[in-house]
Ligand binder design. Structure first.
Ligand SMILES: *Cc1c(COP(=O)(O)O)cnc(C)c1O
Length: 818
């Protein structure tokens, strides 16, 4: 039931008095407290509700407008949305930050403490999930009818503690106190089926039909989260699914008489949305993960099609009204599910259904790492989704037939492009399924897209030139500059106005100011204040005192061998040795800040965290070193930590082995906040360099081509180690137990990898990295020049707004206006 109703009545005003009224009434009516007994968390809830009311006022009108205008909708399907905190972001986007702050303060409450009580929504691992959140912000800001679909995990990303230097995970029960940003929709609930068998029969017209039967069912219930764009005019919707047992399940089990067991089984049937898999790469072969993927795909497709059917009866209109974007292969089952629903449930002709599916779907690839390319065993498919497996076999058969027709006799080509990997146990290659089921396939930075075309998808690129295209990632300047760095934002706005917030290219206007000594001084004062703020938190939380006058050298991101935190550590150890060898030498004081979570099962990554902390212990407590070098491991890296750390960075470490980091977005956030990058020719570093100029970065190391060549020729690290005194000494120190006297062999696995295989070529890049670090020191001594380059970095980061990214998707892939 949808009416194009009377004009929207504005119920709420945004002045301080009205907001105070909202705060007081929510404190009483929604939280059930009065000011005298209210805790800071109660005030947080009251503030969240007061702001949510104002978000909601624009939400329903937005959705109604889309219906009235029959707009094409974009569905962003993602297993992860790493949103972070919402209160301050919503206030910023609605333009009510200062008034709410005033209202809260007027009521005698500490505003920052209130903000601090929000538990962030960490429904993602890292870059991929954070990209999804930035794209949602930009779609809403640009007025694109963009809807997110994902899973409402009871437990999002784990909380990382550091105990005796080791990572310890604890579950993050983020919903414990209730989530003020979500709206439960118990009426929006769909069955999702698993298992069973397929029977084929002839219908009355003599067509062969498939029936998937004897299945088990789980229900998917919707929760909606409003996503306000900047300016507040558009508020889009993020719909997250939670698993519920079915009514039949309840009847069957509870009637059997064993009440307690029935409750237990009921809980078990609701495990599908319990927990986010905490691995940056995929958890191969995990049945629960496989079911999670299908669960959210099946619910979302039913929802999307039912919305389409409300306004349209002509299926040919589907691609004109619906765009489905697959964020990596996690939702690739969309391809088979859409086919199944169109063919089996709506009796649409197979080939017509296939044309509609391909015209509707598009796929974003996020990694080339072989261990991260999703494949699922045919056996598992057969057991859990037998009808989908049939459909995939049929699609693959027809696809291979076409390839065979175009390339007769090339059996090796058929083997390579097949959706089914036949080597060993047969597996479904989800990447290939996503490619054949999409009209566009994109990479996330120019170099990554180029490598996709020349490596993992080269055959597909030849078969279908132009289908693979690039959409370089971006980040939202609202959260990553305006909100997280108010000092710099105010300085910028004071000079060039506020338009940059939605037209980031405007930052270009800062360029001339790089030569202005007064502006440089102001810029450097802002950076200093951000460093003081970070130093205070580090001192409070970790008990490590750092000097804000030092160079803050920052590497924060998931811990992974390919990201090469170890290369950073090797530099730290060399620096430490040099200082000890010559304590009177004049060095640029540095604080090396490292943060990031390791997947709980990734033992080597956890050992790297331990090494960082052991090195920190030795370095930080060495009186010969003092302020010359400090090492800090920041625990529990998440969006809120990023918002604190990014604005305080002088140096941004982006040192992955060339060809391994698809894009990176941390690199963009830090550069946008006035850090200089030390980095390799990888991911978006390449494009950042194009924009800011090579002379304003510290680039080093092998190119992706050189890496590929070295690996083909067979790289052995021993020669590189023997040839470099610093490197040899650093590895020897680790091997000797210098940093782990209580257990000298502790880091044997790390030493072994560095000296024997070194797949990620740390030893090959070490010398170049050291030289680049020397250039860093040299430049930092010249503060005016350092600041000049840092300002130029900020001024030239316009390209890396996710608004630009979304505009390109809208134009080239989705076919929607911006
Ligand atoms: C931006 C961001 C990332 C991605 O960082 P990379 O350096 O690109 O890997 C990961 N986690 C969080 C919390 C982020 O904010």
């Amino acid at each position: 039931m949808r009416r194009v109703g009377p004009p929207v009545v504005k119920l709420l005003d945004d002045d301080v008095e009205s907001i105070k009224y909202s705060l007081a009434s929510h404190l009483l009516y929604s939280v059930g407290k009065e000011p005298i007994s209210a805790t800071a968390r109660d005030w947080f809830m009251a503030a969240a509700y007061a702001v949510r009311d104002r978000v909601s006022e624009h939400w329903m009108p937005t959705l109604n407008r889309y219906y009235a205008e029959d707009r094409k909708r974009v569905y962003y399907m993602s297993m992860e949305f790493l949103i972070g905190r919402t209160l301050s972001n919503s206030m910023i986007n609605l333009g009510i930050y200062d008034t709410v702050k005033q209202a809260v303060t007027d009521m005698g409450v500490d505003f920052d403490e209130v903000l601090g009580w929000e538990v962030e929504a960490a429904l993602g691992n890292g870059g991929l999930g954070r990209l999804a959140a930035c794209l949602l912000d930009s779609m809403a800001t640009l007025g694109v009818p963009g809807f997110g679909y994902g899973i409402r995990y009871d437990y999002g990303m784990f909380t990382q503690h550091v105990e005796h230097g080791w990572q310890v995970e604890s579950p993050e029960n983020w919903l414990r106190y209730g989530n003020p940003w979500e709206f439960a929709r118990p009426g929006i609930i769909y069955p999702v089926r698993f298992g069973g068998r397929v029977v084929h029969y002839k219908d009355v017209l003599g067509h062969t039909r498939a029936q998937w039967m004897d299945t088990e069912e789980v229900m998917a219930m919707a929760y909606d989260v409003p996503i306000p764009g900047y300016g507040g005019k558009t508020v889009n919707n993020l719909r997250l699914w939670t698993a519920k047992s079915t009514r039949e399940f309840d009847l069957k089990y509870f009637n059997a008489g064993n009440y307690i067991e029935a409750v237990r089984d009921k809980a078990e049937s609701e495990t599908l949305s319990k927990v986010l898999y905490p691995s940056d790469l995929t958890d191969r072969g995990k049945e629960l993960r496989f079911k999670q993927e299908y669960f959210f795909v099946a619910a979302s497709i039913q929802d999307i099609l039912s919305r389409f059917r409300k306004a349209h009866s002509d299926w040919d209109k589907l691609p004109d009204k619906v765009a489905v974007q697959l964020n990596d292969t996690h939702p690739a089952m969309v391809v088979a599910e859409l086919m199944r629903v169109l063919v089996d449930e709506y009796q649409i002709d197979w080939h017509r259904a296939w044309a509609l599916t391909r015209a509707t779907c598009a796929y974003t690839n996020h990694t080339l790492l072989p261990e991260a390319l999703e494949t699922w065993p045919v056996d598992l498919f057969q057991r859990v989704l037998p009808r989908h497996l049939e459909i995939i076999f049929q699609l693959n058969h027809e696809f291979l037939q076409e390839v065979r027709h175009r390339h007769p006799g090339d059996n090796d080509l058929l083997r390579r492009v097949s959706v089914i990997a036949e080597e060993g146990d047969r597996r479904v290659r989800m990447g290939h399924l996503a490619v054949i089921g999409s009209h566009k396939v994109n990479g996330v930075a120019a170099i990554h897209t180029g490598l996709m075309k020349s490596t993992i998808f080269s055959d597909f690129d030849h078969l279908n030139p132009g289908k693979i295209n690039n959409k370089t990632n971006g980040v939202t300047p609202r959260r990553w500059l305006l909100l997280s760095n108010p000092g710099l934002a105010a300085l910028i706005s004071g000079k060039i106005g506020k338009d940059w917030v939605i037209h980031l290219d405007q930052l270009k206007k800062l360029e001339p100011l790089a030569a202005d000594a007064e502006f440089r001084t102001q810029f450097s004062a802002v950076k200093h204040a951000n460093k003081v703020r970070l130093a205070e938190v580090i001192s409070q939380r970790l008990g490590v005192d750092i000097n804000p006058a030092s160079l803050f050298d920052v590497q924060i991101k998931r811990i992974h061998e390919y990201k090469r935190q170890l290369l950073n550590v090797l530099h730290v150890i060399s620096r430490y040795s040099r200082i000890r060898a010559n304590p009177l030498v004049d060095v640029v004081p540095r604080v090396v800040i490292i943060g990031g979570k390791a997947a709980p099962g990734y033992l080597l990554a956890k050992l790297i965290i331990k090494l960082i902390n052991d090195v920190a212990d030795v370095v930080n407590n060495d009186p010969l070193v003092g302020d010359k070098l400090k090492v800090v491991f920041v625990p529990n890296y998440n969006v809120s930590t990023a918002e604190l750390v990014m604005p305080a960075a002088d140096l941004s470490e982006q040192i992955s082995t060339a060809g391994t980091e698809a894009s990176g977005t941390g690199n963009m956030k830090m550069s946008m906040n006035g850090a200089l990058t030390i980095g390799t020719w990888d991911g978006a570093n390449v494009e950042i360099c194009e924009e800011v100029g090579e002379e304003n970065m510290f680039l080093f190391g092998l190119t992706a081509q050189e890496v590929a060549r070295l690996r083909i020729d067979g790289y052995s690290p021993r020669a590189a180690i023997a040839a470099n005194q610093d490197l040899k000494r650093a590895i020897d120190l680790i091997a000797s137990g210098y940093f782990s006297p209580d257990e000298p062999e502790r880091f044997g696995a790390i030493v072994d990898i560095l000296t024997n295989s070194d797949h990620y070529l740390l030893t090959a890049d070490f010398a170049g990295y050291m030289t680049a670090q020397e250039r860093v020191d040299e430049l930092y001594r010249d503060q005016p020049e350092w600041n000049r380059k840092a300002i130029l970095n900020v001024a030239r980061m316009g390209k890396f707004s996710s608004d630009r990214t979304v505009s390109e998707y809208a134009r080239d892939i989705w076919g929607v206006p911006v």
